[in-house]
Design a protein around this ligand. Sequence first.
Ligand code: NDP
Length: 452
Amino acid sequence: MSYDYDLFVIGAGSGGVRAARMSAGNGARVAVAEGTYLGGTCVNVGCVPKKLFVYGSHFAEDAEDARAYGWDFEGGPFDWPRLRDNKTREIERLNGIYRNLLDGAGVDIKWGRAVLEDPHHVRIGDEIFSTASVLIATGSWPTVPDLPGREHAITSNEAFYLERFPERAVVVGGGYIGVEFAGIFAGLGARTTLIYRGAMFLRGFDDEIREFVAAELDKKGIDLRFSTQVESIAAHGDARHLELDSGATLDTDLVLYATGRTPNTRGLGLETVGVALNERGGVLVDEFYRTSVGNVYAIGDVIDREQLTPVAIAEGMCIANNLFTDKPKRTVDYDLIPTAVFCQPNIGTVGLTEAAARERFGSDVDVFGADFKPMKHTLTGRDERTLMKLVVRRSDDRVIGAHMVGPEAGEIIQGLAVAMTAGATKEQFDRTIGIHPTAAEEFVTMRQPRSR
Ligand code: NDP
């Protein structure tokens, strides 16, 4: 039977666009449906605008630090609409680039919400397209828990387009988005509070890194309220009034909820077609991203594994390889995923935390570390520190974890991730010549294990 398309991708985010382009490059006839914007969360309301805001939020400190180096800059005032609108122009430019990439690859872009009629037919409005295979790449959406006054809170989606910049901000959630936005708000001049329900935020990261980041955010004046839950939010004009479970109250101008993102699976017709979901609504897939329905695949945030753009892209590459080439089937290695949190200073991390390594390998683990004042601050006097940490399996000398808090931690950890993917040993780290003077050289000069 002949179909309109070999692959119909639903969702033009990072994963969907990559799968569509690469599949078309492998000779497939491909369409991609999108109801909102090209580039998905990452380009429009995620990684890219967030990083621009992080850059923007560091200039107040940079201007202060510059004095020790002989420069006096006129301070402020900070012009929020200028940053916001410059960011939006850049995002629009990227939307255009995504369109050109798809056009250039010969992928048909279909605007509108796509619904599966059956495993081989996709409907958009009044049009129905037939396809041999379907790829669900619809991403995820921020979730706000059910509490009185939740409608008075915003999510990261709205934070990128605020009409006015708040004087006071409360961020709820202690994951990636919470700590990143707390840093952005504080850096841009808002009096910022971060509320987290547990005893220490950034669950899943190395414990020492978590404690260290908490201390650094505290130094920057962010009011960290751990073991705290918001019970209700009330609006008083433009202001927001929060009741906390401790009995305390908090008045603020903005409440941002960063309490996780839920896979976008509603209204796609997945139930009709029989695609199995997990309890959070994520699409269940096998190791090659095939769902419970044989010709329907899924990648990215919607499969509820790692909500990270580069992972979605890697999964998209697997789809193009597995469906449209004769090469051996590929899947993503989820064991060594480097990641960065753009809090200030940044976190960069790859591999096992110290606790996870000890749990898996017991006493066969050495930990090396360095904790120091970055060279730049020897003149400025700023009390910011950098932490670096290597976790090594003693029996085969393999470096199995690398963690850092400090300026450009993501840039530094990316290179270490290459070495660790290649199976580097601690002895090979030690033989590597350092680049002097850098912070990164500490990773090749840690000689004495700190704990065994
Ligand atoms: P995360 O899952 O990272 O963090 C959610 C936070 O909210 C956790 O601290 C969690 O607490 C807390 N939380 C969850 N439910 C509730 C609740 N009902 N009440 C109070 N607190 C709650 O989600 P984010 O929203 O921060 O980010 C979503 C994902 O996006 C991330 O996991 C990440 O994969 C991705 N991302 C990646 C970035 C990067 O690579 N730099 C940047 C931004 C996002 P607890 O720990 O106790 O469960």
